[in-house]
Design a protein around this ligand. Structure first.
Ligand SMILES: Nc1nc2c(ncn2[C@@H]2O[C@H](COP(=O)(O)OP(=O)(O)OP(=O)(O)O)[C@@H](O)[C@H]2O)c(=O)[nH]1
Length: 368
């Protein structure tokens, strides 16, 4: 039964898998903003800032909530970067420089410690040029703030001190950016090798379970499916039928049209049979021109009807271009799988029924 209320995590991070991490980072960012707002109040009480700094506090709450709301509501999905990392980074840097501008000289330095933190948040999304743009914008705003402060400070500390601080900030931003880029490159390589590995595994799985010529399940895969189905049948008590099918006079097709013509006949049969059978029936290439059909939840009568439909369809569809005028038919033997027989014993019975169908003139189905 589905839960009546979505979990808190789902509520906060939404359903879109791509947006979960950005939203989680935004929530973490909000906590840091909140901590900054609290520290700022403390600094105000200690008289470390000019009075005007209080105007920055609401923006420490409103800004991050606004970004979170835009992302959580899905509005930002229309943007090139739905996580709005660049906009968020610039917003944080601008706010930091504003607080810096309101700080008294003795605490300005440690306000700038926030800047590398912004870069750490950006490392998941920003690339080299974007980092360069962020650093450039931050440096430009900071130098403007320093220029303005040098005019209005009661006791300006002098151009050299401002310059030293700017160089320090450039050094720290440059180093943090390089480290973030190295980290994001490693992460990107990890993601791409994980995707390659997943694709390779899917290819290996397909190779291990499908028959290359017909695209049907191969013998080994069918054995696994049969074992699973037998277990399910025991549990649910539903009937299970197994049929062995064999193309008639296939050797003649091979002799008259070459091995390639024979292969085309096998593909044609596999295609036609898949179209005629139900979704839940599984057809596998059992070997050579022999196929095995597993029909779950099927009585013997229903199996005979299904196989008859298959034979009719085979008679109706035009022969493949490579085999003009060739009539492809098949014979089948079908057996109901019943306790205490093993799957192998039921297949043997179906095989014997197939033998009878061949002996009785081919192009027919025989029930074991
Ligand atoms: N082209 C092709 N031929 C195959 C393949 N596997 C088996 N064969 C051929 O299938 C033919 C099977 O012939 P037989 O077992 O004599 O049976 P048949 O000619 O179909 O006669 P009946 O089954 O009695 O109707 C042989 O010539 C095999 O070489 C395959 O993957 N491709």
């Amino acid at each position: 039964m589905p839960p009546r209320f979505p979990s808190c995590k789902k509520l906060l991070l939404g359903q879109a898998p791509d947006m979960r991490r950005p939203l989680a980072l935004m929530l973490l960012g909000q906590l840091i903003y909140l901590a900054n707002a609290v520290l700022l109040q403390w600094g105000i009480e200690l008289n470390l800032f000019r009075a005007g700094v209080v105007w920055t506090t609401p923006w420490m709450v409103v800004g991050p909530i606004m970004f979170y709301a835009l992302a959580r509501s899905g509005w930002s999905a229309r943007l090139k970067d739905p996580s709005m990392v660049m906009a968020q980074s610039l917003y944080s840097a601008l706010l930091t420089v504003l607080v810096y501008a309101f700080a008294h000289q003795e605490v300005r330095g440690f306000i700038l410690c926030i800047l590398p933190l912004i870069i750490m948040f950006g490392q998941f999304n920003l690339n080299g040029p974007q980092f360069a743009m962020f650093t450039g914008c931050t440096m430009a705003v900071l130098s403007t703030a320093m220029l303005v402060l040098s005019r209005y400070d009661e006791a300006p500390r002098g151009l050299s001190a401002d310059l030293l601080e700017l160089v320090y900030v450039a050094l720290i931003l440059g180093t943090s950016t390089s480290m973030a880029l190295i980290g994001s490159n490693i992460r990107r390589k990890l993601v791409s090798s994980r995707m390659e590995l997943a694709e390779a595994l899917a290819r290996v799985h397909a190779l291990a379970t499908t028959d290359e010529l017909t695209g049907l399940a191969n013998r080994r895969h069918m054995q696994d499916l049969l074992a699973e189905e037998a277990k399910r049948r025991r549990r649910l008590g539903q009937p299970l039928c197994i049929a062995v099918l064999d193309l008639d006079h296939f050797k003649r097709i091979n002799d008259d049209h070459g091995h390639q013509g024979g292969d085309e006949a096998l593909r044609h049969f596999a295609r036609t049979a898949r179209e005629a059978l139900r979704e839940i029936d599984v057809l596998a290439r059992w070997g050579g021109e022999e196929f095995l059909l597993m029909m779950p939840a099927t009585t013997a009568e229903q199996a005979l009807t299904g196989l008859e439909r298959l034979r009719q369809r085979l008679a109706e569809v035009p022969s493949p271009d490579a085999l003009p005028g060739v009539r492809i038919t098949c014979s089948a033997g079908v057996a109901l799988h019943e306790a205490p027989a093993t799957i192998e014993q039921t297949i043997d019975r179906a095989d014997q029924a197939l033998y009878r169908a061949k002996a009785e003139g081919r192009d027919r189905t025989s029930l074991a």
